[in-house]
Design a protein around this ligand. Structure first.
Ligand SMILES: *[C@@H]1O[C@H](CO)[C@@H](O)[C@H](O)[C@H]1NC(C)=O
Ligand SMILES: *[C@@H]1O[C@H](CO)[C@@H](O)[C@H](O)[C@H]1NC(C)=O
Ligand SMILES: *[C@@H]1O[C@H](CO)[C@@H](O)[C@H](O)[C@H]1NC(C)=O
Ligand SMILES: *[C@@H]1O[C@H](CO)[C@@H](O)[C@H](O)[C@H]1NC(C)=O
Ligand SMILES: *[C@@H]1O[C@H](CO)[C@@H](O)[C@H](O)[C@H]1NC(C)=O
Ligand SMILES: *[C@@H]1O[C@H](CO)[C@@H](O)[C@H](O)[C@H]1NC(C)=O
Ligand SMILES: *[C@@H]1O[C@H](CO)[C@@H](O)[C@H](O)[C@H]1NC(C)=O
Ligand SMILES: *[C@@H]1O[C@H](CO)[C@@H](O)[C@H](O)[C@H]1NC(C)=O
Ligand SMILES: CC(=O)N[C@H]1CO[C@H](CO)[C@@H](O)[C@@H]1O
Length: 323
């Protein structure tokens, strides 16, 4: 496995930015159509992007320096050396999944538990999944290096870390009713400080990053998905959580129905019997992303051993960001 040496600026003095789960934004048809067009803009550059990935060698670089483009002014920090594994996948899609600032990040967005690491599986049981993510700037069709990719999803039986006191089987509106709260920017449903299946990692010089996790399970009313945000101007604290981010692009990534069926038939996924799984076809949000547009939020998957996905897999996707 090739390694890329990164240097990260850890900030110690910037203020804490709290989570602001937004309202349930659905996209307008014209916005979907616009993003679908964007998703097809860069096929040639995507091929170049791929060639760059294959040439990638061990390289040493500093991603943040006091005068670098990503170093926020006035933040007091120090450098820490971290190692990143190169992504596995050798081919790139020519279509991209275009993220947008206005897409719903969901009630389980919880920045204080998202930590800088390349393996966010902790002790969670499930089928190993390596997310191999490329980020392209869809305005220039160039890879976006040094942007922070932020990922979170539920465990094999539908629970999110930091929200383990919430039942994955309770519909969202019933939960709000039970708690006598309304949705809005100050909604806080968290119950604890667990961090499993939440992670952040920057893209390398070629706009690529990799995260090890497990295949997600499901919870009520949603098809199996992974939340993703891309931060283009960011700093992390000494404990690896994000300090601030002015520029966030948000999206959700999905799996094919066939693959989901195959995985949820296995333990421990199969032990989640309290609700029926929502399929991609039934999911409201995925329907809004894909309907007749060619916009593609489904991860391409290859088995780690080349034949059996139930032993582990690599999920590959190119995210398009309007930067
Ligand atoms: C993507 O690549 C495939 C296979 O090379 C090709 O058939 C398809 O037309 C390409 N799509 C775009 C949008 O370029
Ligand atoms: C990045 O964030 C810093 C700190 O919040 C801000 O001062 C700076 O203007 C931002 N840069 C860009 C390009 O948005
Ligand atoms: C950075 O932090 C150190 C230790 O907390 C402090 O002594 C120093 O004055 C700070 N420097 C700046 C520029 O804020
Ligand atoms: C961090 O690394 C950069 C690039 O190597 C260097 O210029 C800078 O002085 C380092 N900062 C600290 C606080 O060590
Ligand atoms: C990291 O530090 C922040 C600020 O002190 C805190 O709110 C957060 O819970 C910490 N997160 C982790 C995972 O340690
Ligand atoms: C998922 O997380 C919940 C809450 O922590 C836990 O009770 C459950 O056992 C976990 N599922 C698996 C398969 O470990
Ligand atoms: C629910 O909250 C509202 C506003 O905070 C309050 O007026 C009302 O009494 C609460 N109802 C119950 C059943 O706690
Ligand atoms: C799951 O779906 C089946 C078939 O439609 C239905 O009989 C069953 O009651 C559902 N189970 C739950 C927990 O909703
Ligand atoms: C643009 C668009 O088609 N939005 C749809 C998103 O999904 C909801 C629920 O299915 C529809 O009501 C919207 O029309």
């Amino acid at each position: 496995m090739r390694s890329v040496l990164l240097t990260v600026l850890f900030a110690f003095t910037a203020p804490f930015v709290s989570a602001h789960p937004g309202p349930h934004h659905l996209q307008t048809r014209s916005e979907i159509a616009r993003r679908a067009e964007l998703s097809k803009r860069c096929p040639g550059q995507a091929a170049t992007f791929n060639a760059l990935r294959q040439k990638r060698a061990v390289e040493k670089r500093s991603i943040l320096s006091p005068h670098g483009s990503l170093a926020p002014r006035g933040i007091n920090g120090t450098n820490v050396t971290i190692y990143t594994e190169s992504p596995h996948y050798d081919t790139i899609q020519n279509d991209t999944c275009v993220l947008a600032p206005e897409i719903y990040a969901g009630p389980y967005l919880w920045p204080r538990s998202q930590t800088l690491r390349q393996d966010m599986s902790e002790d969670q049981a499930g089928v190993p999944l390596y997310l191999d993510i490329g980020v392209l700037n869809v305005n220039t069709c160039e890879p976006l290096p040094e942007v922070l990719v932020d990922l979170w999803h539920c465990n094999a039986t539908g629970s999110y870390s930091s929200f383990t006191g919430r039942s994955p089987d309770t519909p969202f509106l019933s939960l709000l009713e039970q708690l006598n709260v309304t949705t809005g920017p100050d909604l806080d449903l968290h119950t604890d400080d667990t961090t499993f299946l939440r992670g952040l990692w920057p893209t390398d010089a070629n706009g690529m990053m990799e995260m090890k996790t497990i295949f997600p399970g499901f919870y009520v009313q949603r098809s199996i998905h992974i939340h993703v945000q891309v931060h283009t101007n960011w700093t992390v604290r000494s404990n690896g959580t994000i300090v601030s981010s002015n520029t966030v692009n948000t999206g959700q990534l999905y799996f094919s129905e066939e693959l989901s069926q195959q995985i949820v038939a296995l333990d421990p996924y199969a032990s989640h019997t309290g609700i029926n799984r929502t399929t991609n076809a039934e999911d409201v949000l995925i329907g809004n992303s894909t309907m007749g547009t060619g916009f593609d939020p489904i991860l391409d998957v290859v088995a780690l051993d080349g034949c059996d996905v139930t032993k582990g897999m690599i999920g590959y996707i190119t995210l398009g960001v309007e930067a």
